[in-house]
Ligand binder design. Sequence first.
Ligand code: ZN
Length: 289
Amino acid sequence: MRIANHDGRAVLVLHGTDPDGAKGADIATASEGRFGPDPQSLYGVWDDFTAWATSALPTLAADAVLDRSSSGSPAPRPPQVVAIGLNYADHAAEAGMEVPTDLPPIFTKYQSAITGGFGEIDIHGDTDWEVEVVAVMSRTAHRISEDEAWSYVAGLAVGQDLSDRALQFAVQPAQFSFGKSWPRFAPIGPWLTTIDELRADGLDPDDLALGCAIDGESVQDGRTSKLIFSIPATIAKLSEVITLMPGDVIFTGTPDGVGLGMSPQRFLRSGETLRTWVEGLGALEHTFR
Ligand code: ZN
């Protein structure tokens, strides 16, 4: 199933794959107040919610038409946001850093930076792009194994780990969390897609194509099968220390092709539109000013 944030209300997507025009059922209305309307609240009751949704799905009526201007993050206020750096070898190389072996760089994007999949974003400093798969947690996870990690994930969404490189590298040690947390620097959307939905579509959640393009020109084009730490391996590794909570968001790392690695370096300019996509999860579109 796919769950969208439409004007702050959780909507179960029923028809269509375009977030502009797809139709769905308002979850709070359809469940007579049992679940929602806040999308973030679903993750705390995920097993009950999905059991209800699965049984109700055949009879639900589409009472909401999605549109880009009302599209928010499917996880708007995660208790924790964990982001992974240098998780693709080609990206580590273009950034001039060593490929991590035991532990990748781990940082956060502060919750106030989260936004939805569409709209305008203000440029700050040297604003760079990073397409990433975002995983949203459905269960409390501490010291879990890689083999069981997928069962702790509610679903995946498209993420953009926007970064002000000037601020990020203004001092040593680098300010990853601070430089990546300007307002709207953490777009997530266009909706959450569950793992079983991906598999039903014939996709492997460990091997999804992903990329982004500026004004139609492709700049990143990778596959999640090339992650150094796969999504389940990342979750298992994080859970060795952190207690991951329902509704937590994990930015899983970006492939090569960021502006920092170009020669000469190239960052987003006013008026440019960035399209960010992941196979099976959809696409985001933001214009910069
Ligand atoms: Zn990143």
